[in-house]
Structure formats: C-alpha cells, structure tokens
Write a protein that binds this ligand. Sequence first.
Ligand SMILES: [Zn+2]
Ligand SMILES: [Zn+2]
Length: 352
Amino acid sequence: MERRRVIGWAARDSSGLLSPYSFTLRETGPEDVVFKVLYCGMDHTDLHQMRNEIHMTNYPLVPGHEVVGEVVELGSEVRKFRVKDNVGVGCIVGSCGECLSCKSNIEQYCNNIILTYNGTYKDGRSTQGGFSSLMVVDQKFVVRIPEKLAPEQAAPLLCAGVTAYSPLKQFKGSKKALNAGILGLGGVGHLGVLIAKAMGHHVTVISSSDKKRVEALEHLGADAFLVSTNAAEMERAANSLDYILDTVPAVHPLQSYLPLLKVEGQLILVGVAPQPLHFSSVDLILGKKMISGSFIGSMEETQEILEFWAEKGLTSMVEVVKMNYVNKAFERMERNDVRYRFVLDVAGSNLE
Ligand SMILES: [Zn+2]
Ligand SMILES: [Zn+2]
C-alpha cells in the first residue's frame, strides 16, 4: 500500500495556535486500518501538548486523541472490521506487545506505549492525531463504534469516558448500594457522574463552589451536591462515601476529602496535578483508606465503555464545532466555557 497525503491542523510553536498542515501518513501494512476522520474530541491535554507544556513537543504537531472515523481500507490480515464501519481511536496507537502489561491486556501501562500524537512510531516517524482528514492505525488499537451510538457522541468516551470507566469498573455489579463522590465536574467528571449513576450508585458531586449545583443535580442527574469550602456541610458528609473519583488536574488539599470516605474507602486520582499533593497519614491509617491512581483504560475497556453507553442509552454533552473554530474553542475550554466537551466535526469542515 502506498503513502497517502492528508491535511491536518497543526501547532507550529509554543503559541499552540493551529493552522492547516499537509503531511503524509505512514506506510500501511497487513494489520492496519485506514479511516476517514469524522469527529474528534478536544481535551486539555491537547492544549498542554500544543504549547509544549508536558514533554518535548515535536512540531508541527497535529493533536487529537478521541478520534471517530469511517473505515476506507483494511490491511490483508484485518478481520474484525469492514469498509464503512465506524471505528474509534483513543490515546495510544501502539505498545511493545511483549511485557506483562501488554500480555495482561492492560497495555496502557506498558512502558513503551506509542501515543496517538507526539509519539514515535516503529518506523521512526512522529505520530499525528485526529485533527486530520485520514488516519492509519494498527487494528489492535482500533475499537468498534456500536451502531446505536452517534459518532460525535462516541468521541469523548475514547479518552475522558474510559478514564472514568476504567477505575469505576471494579464497582460494577456491586451487591452493596454504593455511595460515590465525583470531585471536579469537567470532561472526565461529568462522564464519571453519568457512569456512576448508570451503575446504580448514589452520586455526590463535590465542588469548590455552588456554581455547578444546578448542572450537577438537574442536567447530570447527580443525587447530592457538596460544597468543599462549606465546613459544616463537609462535616455532615464525613464517613459517607465508598469512593471518590478525583478528576481535579491541579493542586488541591486531599486532607479535606479523605474524611468523606467510609472505612476502607478509596480516593482514585485520574487528574494529573503539576505539583505534589499532600495528605496526612493519619487520614489513611484511621479508617484503612486508600489513595490510588488510574491512567486512561485498556483497549478492552475502551470497547466496553462504548457498549455500556449504547446499552444504557446515555448521552454525552458535547458542543460540536468546525475546524475553523478550533483555536477559539481551545480558548473557551481554558476558561471552562464549555458544557462539557468540544467535538470537532472534522469531515464536515474545510481543512484547507
Ligand atoms: Zn508492553
Ligand atoms: Zn485525553
């Protein structure tokens, strides 16, 4: 198969501004799926990468790691998809395939994962993401979008959704009626509320102010809302939660939240804070509490969250925008001016 010329939108420098960029895809092989990009979710991580704030960004950088597309061509060994199927790609497009994590189907914990963009592919070329007309990805890292699910609805599930689903899966089918806490109501948090509710948990949204109360209770269907700066409210809620999904990607005081957990309760970190977080050991020792972390999800779990979403008839709240609005949309995302996820209509945009 030959190399294809495609058009994406790329950042050229640490201003992070995106503009049209023409490049070639890598050569396709027998295990590859070639698909036309339909929609792509937008994430805070994209912004950090575009501005070279995480690890060395290779410019030009085409971001996008919540990619939904339609298959246009399949390698000779690909059996699980057909041309015209809707498929999805999340944060990773490769791993070593040999380590314990890879062999245990938790390839997101492989030490040699290849990121969907700003990664280095096996052929030495930089990977480029979903803000682009076409992609080629190894079938192992491609999931099927259920027919019942609209492609723009599926996009946020491929990173934000599976990030919430992977750690919550352990509570699925629990015999006890679980009390869940969701800390932070952004892209991951809002999907966390919907997932925990769909699992039958009693869901409390914990927020630093009252601003999101109506959204949490009325739009997302949470059962309770807790303002963390209200000491009396926090006191009353002590020892009430089985787990807290902590989605806050900033420094925040864990000692305020740990007392909310019941004995053997678990605080699960999924947001990356730029500096160390602090807590008192007593808050864990008295109550046998646990702090854990979780990183995106496996390919298997990514497929599962899509099926779960379709089966439960859930709706992700997205604002669909065209590519010529992308820079403005990132600007708004930075001000938290989006409910809750921007999704780019890539196929419906003029990329030139
Ligand atoms: Zn591996
Ligand atoms: Zn992401």
